[in-house]
Write a protein that binds this ligand. Structure first.
Ligand code: SF4
Length: 498
């Protein structure tokens, strides 16, 4: 296997197609091999991660990094393991397991907290697993430990994921006193047969309505409800009944995600891939839901108001890290942290907790620029030159990206004017579009990917020669539908009409 740059020189188009195939979404560093695995990471001892934070926070203090700073707490336990779920979550196997986990989490807080003195987080996200599956006593202790370890800014978004089966009024009181202002209630479906076949234990309609009633006692808490469409055994009528019921609760936001077994989901491991017919059915269900929520006084945020609505109601931490490249400290197993200008990392499997090791991808300022441009061009279809300048101190055309952006413009794929770099959808084959942006990957990142996937790349190159570039582009499009965070992943967000 030659080096990545040799491969690029030999056949850059094939290499880019291959990169698009193994990494078809806008994640950079690319999450090949499953979203939570970071298979291209290298092992870092704890001290190296702490030094990265020390440098990253110094950059933040001196205004050389985005001001956004998020804290994510992962509670990996659930009452049951739903068949559709790909999150790092498990059912506790023995008494005291969650208690022991809380102690490890507190030790992790102690490890990082000294670096964060003088900083406050502008988002705190409790995710999982099922964070509401914690006992009331343990939740009080967790919140106390967080207060003692970190500062949360006055305007921070504090978001908690809950399942109706384990949420209680007392837990809400504790969270509200910590600053909770957005709660995501994972309903997914209210159909009893589907709940049973998906092994989603403990959920009932009555329990869900009781939980909504409790949340409504706290007017400062925005309620978001998650639903799923296209689950096995879920009929369109049953799904739309759920949508109508949820609309009656008047949540501030409804998210509907399409069932799509992937990654570590039990349905995926059991081989339950979706057929084109399944996808079409789910898409139709989503379209029907779109009409129904509009009839019931909700509507997806319009493009122009999206930023404002999203700031108020959406997961701000997600936006801050993915759109604006803010830094993120994550505590708990299997989750990513990002230190701007330094690295992305996650605990190495089996080495979680204070004293453990990490898998990391070094991520300097150039990589940040590449990641920022990739995300904005791929997902938002345009890159604002002024915002880029504010963040990185230079115009994108004067950075390491300049040559690639001009090449793409010369090929008719980009339009560049004084304010924007535009990446329009129309007129170009989607497979070619996907591959074109892989030009922005750094040689170092390509080398990492080739170290893991080099043999697959050679097989792919042979196949491309056999079927020709057009057929290869077609294949790319169909593969991208299976990507973890693909734009084609169906999703409807709706908020009540104001
Ligand atoms: S969907 Fe939620 S409750 Fe079900 S296994 Fe995943 S994290 Fe746990």
């Amino acid at each position: 296997m030659g080096t990545a740059s040799e491969a690029l020189e030999r056949d850059p188009e094939v290499l880019r197609r291959f990169l698009a195939r193994i990494s078809p979404d806008d994640c950079y560093p690319p999450m090949t091999g499953g979203f939570f695995r970071l298979e291209i990471g290298e092992e870092w001892p704890q001290g190296k991660v702490l030094s990265a934070w020390a440098r990253g926070l110094e950059a933040l203090r001196s205004g050389k990094a985005p001001r956004a700073l998020g804290l994510y707490i992962h509670w990996p336990f659930c009452l049951s393991r739903c068949r559709f779920c790909f999150c790092p979550a498990r059912v506790p196997e023995r008494a005291g397991e969650m208690r022991g986990f809380l102690e490890r989490l507190k030790a992790e807080m102690g490890l990082f907290s000294r670096f964060f003195r003088g900083f406050s987080f502008d988002s705190v996200y409790f995710g999982g697993g099922t964070p509401s599956f914690i006992s009331e006593g343990d939740l009080a202790e967790l919140l106390r430990a967080l207060r003692d370890s970190f500062a949360v800014g006055p305007g921070a978004q504090v978001l908690f994921e809950a399942a109706p089966s384990s949420l209680t009024l007392r837990k809400l009181e504790l969270l509200r006193s910590f600053g909770l202002n957005r709660l995501t209630l994972g309903i997914q479906t209210l159909d009893r047969d589907v709940l049973r076949s998906m092994d989603r234990g403990g959920q009932t309609l009555e329990g869900a309505e009781r939980a909504v009633g409790w949340v409504r006692r706290f007017p400062g808490v925005a309620l978001n409800v998650d639903l799923m469409c296209g689950l096995p055994g879920q009929s369109p009528a049953s799904f739309l009944k759920d949508v109508a019921r949820v609309c009656r609760w008047r949540p501030e936001m409804i998210h509907i995600n399409q069932f799509d077994p992937r990654g570590q989901a039990r349905s995926a491991l059991e081989g339950g891939a979706l057929s084109e017919g399944d996808r079409l059915r789910a898409r139709r269900m989503l379209e029907a839901a779109n009409h129904l929520v509009r009839r019931l006084g909700f509507r997806p945020p319009r493009r122009r108001e999206k930023a404002r609505v999203l700031r108020r109601l959406e997961n701000r931490q997600h936006i801050s890290v993915r759109w604006n490249k803010g830094s993120l400290l994550s505590l708990g197993p299997g989750v990513f942290s990002h230190v701007f200008g330094q690295c992305w990392y996650r605990p190495a499997p089996g080495k979680e907790g204070a004293g453990g090791g990490f898998l990391a991808v070094p991520f300097g300022l150039e990589e940040e620029m590449r990641g920022y441009a990739l995300h904005h061009l791929e997902t938002h279809r345009r890159l604002a030159r002024a915002r880029f300048r504010r963040l990185f101190g230079s115009d994108p055309l004067e950075t390491v990206l300049g040559r690639h952006l001009r090449d793409l413009e010369a090929e008719g794929l980009l339009r560049i004017n004084r304010r924007w770099v535009d990446f329009p959808y129309s007129g170009v084959h989607p497979g070619r579009r996907l591959a074109a942006l892989r030009r922005l990957f750094s040689p170092a990142m390509v080398s990492r990917l080739m170290a893991v996937h080099g043999a697959d790349c050679q097989a792919f190159a042979a196949r491309c020669r056999e079927i020709g570039p057009q057929a290869a582009d077609e294949e790319l499009v169909s593969c991208s539908r299976d990507s973890f965070t693909s734009r084609r992943y169906l999703k409807l967000s709706a908020a009540p009409e104001s």
